[in-house]
Design a protein around this ligand. Structure first.
Ligand code: FEO
Length: 394
């Protein structure tokens, strides 16, 4: 698929993928593993594909230009979904003298992954360039966005930025470009990707985008390694990343709970009623029955999280514990929260939730609400009032 006069998409569309990073992330709309070929005076392969798809990838490359005719390879990121086929190419005709351009940490990781093949690794740093003929490749390190080896490659003279994971989406579509797919779906998947994969590195992303803007490179296309290519207004997604990296929230609240029977659910509904009374956009989610990645995206988007669990065996339920661990590990910033739950006798869960929220940097509103067995009408009224108080604190 020709994407510019000299650049071809030679990736793989994976319509069936439903989870990624093992079972960590849901991918309701599949994904793609984007590899690109620059045809200039030399043929340059930019990234490969996940190795389960190596056979299809090799067939594409053999059809044009032929693996033996690849003159240089750029590995922007060696995580197996992009670099996984490199070793297989080396065993299927890639010439051993072909330079493999990667970051210095990338070279270390490539040596660890592919210790049984000979590769001509050529580590590069930010600002390094190589001439390909009429074009020049410019490398920009993206260390820890989101691996130590990550980098971008810009094609000077063509205006294409190969951004690898940055600006990607787990989205498989018939189209190849952002103007060929549903915009709401596209931005929803781009945000889910950012929330699930890139949030812990937001501070670095903010700085790196500042650096890219200062370079004032004319960007015509942003070609990530997952999903569609940003052709129409390509800088819009860069601006979105900047917005998402700066303690983003849309002012909404997620009431998230898990429960054994119905008491904690009734408390959740009463708190949500209080939010509704104040006109606050909110969502009520039973974490035990919900897609974890979608829930986390909701938490990423929200200003507030009101978190509840029944107490079982002196502890909160595991879906709530996992959600709170994720809030902490992803370093969500600028959030406020509260804790609630029903219990029978010991009642530890609301206090434990409050402690986890606090240790994740979430600002607590009010004291943890614990209600014994089933809430009375008066207790539910108190919960409605609490929802209103929380709304006032947003
Ligand atoms: Fe899409 Fe970091 O791999």
């Amino acid at each position: 698929m020709k994407i510019t006069d000299n650049i071809y998409w030679i990736g793989i569309k994976d319509w069936e993928l439903r989870s990624f990073h093992g079972r960590e992330l849901s991918t309701h709309h599949g994904s793609t593993y984007n590899s690109y070929l620059l045809k200039d005076e030399i043929n340059v392969l930019i990234d490969t594909v996940w190795d389960p798809f190596a056979d299809r990838f090799i067939k594409k490359l053999e059809a044009d230009p032929g693996i033996a005719n690849i003159d240089a390879v750029v590995i922007n990121h060696i995580e197996p979904d992009h670099g996984g086929s490199l070793g297989i190419l080396a065993k299927n005709g890639l010439r051993p003298d072909v330079p493999i351009y990667c970051s210095k940490p990338g070279a270390e990781i490539i040596n660890k992954y592919f210790h049984d093949v000979k590769l001509n690794l050529q580590p590069v740093e930010t600002g390094d360039t190589i001439k390909t003929g009429k074009f020049k490749l410019v490398f920009v390190e993206m260390r820890m966005i989101h691996w130590p080896d990550s980098m971008l490659t810009y094609v000077d003279g063509d205006g294409t930025l190969f951004s690898n994971d940055a600006f990607g989406q787990h989205l498989c579509a018939s189209g190849y470009f952002n103007d060929e797919v549903d915009e709401a779906l596209l931005y929803g998947e781009a945000m889910k990707y950012y929330a699930g994969i890139l949030t812990p590195y937001s501070k670095l992303i903010e700085r790196k985008i500042g650096m890219l803007n200062a370079m004032e490179i004319p960007i015509k296309l942003i070609a990530p390694s997952h999903g569609v290519i940003w052709r129409k207004d390509p800088l819009d997604i860069v601006n979105k990343y900047l917005e998402w990296s700066m303690d983003y929230n849309d002012g909404s609240v997620v009431v998230v709970y898990d429960c054994l029977y119905k008491a904690t659910r009734q408390i959740a509904a009463a708190i949500a009623q209080g939010l509704e009374n104040k006109g606050v956009r909110h969502k009520v989610v039973n974490s035990g029955d919900s897609d974890f990645s979608d829930l986390f995206t909701d938490l990423f988007r929200a200003r507030g999280m009101i978190v509840g669990s029944s107490t079982v065996n002196n502890a909160m339920l595991r879906s709530i514990s996992a959600a709170l661990d994720c809030v902490k590990s992803h370093k969500l910033k600028g959030k406020i929260g509260a804790a609630f739950g029903s219990y029978g006798w010991s009642g530890e869960a609301p206090k434990q939730i409050a402690e986890k929220l606090e240790s994740a940097g979430v600002g607590l509103i009010g004291k943890p609400i614990g209600i014994k067995y089933a809430p009375t009408a008066d207790e539910l009224k108190e919960c409605v009032l609490f929802g209103e108080t929380f709304a006032d604190a947003l």
